[in-house]
Design a protein around this ligand. Structure first.
Ligand code: ADP
Ligand code: MG
Length: 339
């Protein structure tokens, strides 16, 4: 008999979890992205002990139909794409069908969900990949998912987690960027019973910037706008006098997806020409809208990195847009001496 065999489901999911679920912040990211894909207007993120005890995300989105609830936890099960054709023009945050089964394979998950037209919702409780309970639940539209006991069955991963402060900082960072990428959605973020962040969801990016970086910093940010045949850029960048010692305060989103891209970050900095001191970086939130065929999001399991067509054209537009805005601003004398 041969010795090659297929891995059982739970083990296969745990392996996938190694790529997408590194820490509590990855859970927050995956769950909130699911809420965004479900057209939520409001997303509440409730975390205990930096996510080491629990992460809960409550949304008012589409919900999941009763017959789909168990399927949602199967690997490669997704409602978001169905053909290779779709893969080249992904419009949603998710499409790989990996987050829920991965999370459920390494933690304890309780999900309660209902759709608008249903008079009953569904609750499912899964632990370490095993379904313990499925039963009817109240019909409150949206999805409420709670993840506890992260990595209870994968001790090596548990050991790899950092201190609560570090894990909380990572969660805060991801919540901030998701809120910046989606100013039309009302976010709240509560840690150990204390509300740390709230956005109004009124599509006012400047307000979200002020809520995250402070009102004073918000006043030193300039609105930018630029476009060519392929790209549309909008956002806020700081005056050259408002800088930080790291690039971390630069947020770039592509079609509302927060991404990391070295070339685009460099283009933003280049827009300042010689106006920044060495080792200082601006604050910036830059949203780029483009035809999804121009971007390949299927490069990285957590989709943090993307591959862009026409990248040079975009970096050129980006640094030009910022350069022009900043040089115009320099001609205008300072109005408020108190700032
Ligand atoms: P993906 O997001 O790549 O499709 P996931 O494992 O994250 O894969 O989710 C599986 C499916 O479960 C999704 O395609 C979606 O249909 C459903 N789902 C997950 N979370 C939610 C939610 N908050 N609201 C509505 N549907 C959801
Ligand atoms: Mg998902």
């Amino acid at each position: 008999m041969g010795k090659i065999h297929e891995l059982d489901n739970v083990l296969a999911n745990q392996i996938a979890a190694g790529e997408v679920i590194e820490r509590p912040a990855s859970i927050v990211k995956e769950l909130v992205e699911n809420s965004l894909d479900a057209h939520s207007h409001r997303i509440d993120i409730i975390v205990e002990n930096a996510g080491l005890d629990s992460v809960r995300v409550i949304d008012d989105g589409d919900g999941i139909a009763k017959e789909d609830v168990a399927v949602a936890f199967r690997r490669h099960a997704t409602s978001k794409i169905s053909s290779q054709h779709d893969l080249f023009k992904v419009q949603t945050m998710g499409f790989r069908g990996e987050a829920l089964p991965s999370i459920a394979s390494v933690a304890d998950v309780t999900l309660t969900t209902a759709q608008a037209e249903q008079n009953e919702g569904t609750m499912i409780h899964i632990r370490g990949g095993k379904t313990l309970v499925t039963k009817p639940a109240p019909a409150r539209q949206g999805t409420d998912i709670k993840v506890t006991d992260l990595f209870f069955n994968t001790p090596a991963r548990l050991k790899y987690l950092k201190s609560p402060q570090t894990e909380l900082a990572r969660i805060t960072d991801i919540v901030n960027r998701l809120a910046l990428a989606n100013p039309a959605v009302a976010f709240s973020f509560t840690h150990n019973g204390r509300e740390l962040f709230r956005s109004a969801g009124n599509d006012n990016l400047q307000q979200v910037v002020a809520a995250i970086y402070g009102v004073k910093a918000g006043r030193k940010m300039l609105a930018i706008q630029g476009e060519d045949n392929d790209f549309r850029i909008n956002g806020y960048v700081s005056l050259p006098e408002l800088t930080r010692a790291s690039r971390q305060y630069i947020t770039i989103t592509i079609n509302h997806r927060y991404i990391r891209n070295f070339e685009l970050t460099k283009a933003i900095i280049q827009g300042y020409e010689s106006k920044l001191m060495v080792g200082r970086y601006p604050l910036a939130v830059v949203n780029i809208d483009l035809d999804p065929v121009l971007v390949d999001v299927n490069v990285h399991p957590a989709k943090r990195e993307v591959r862009l067509s026409k990248e040079q054209q975009l970096t050129h537009l980006l640094s030009q847009t910022i350069r022009k805005r900043i040089s115009v601003e320099n001609l205008i004398p300072e109005v408020d001496a108190n700032q």
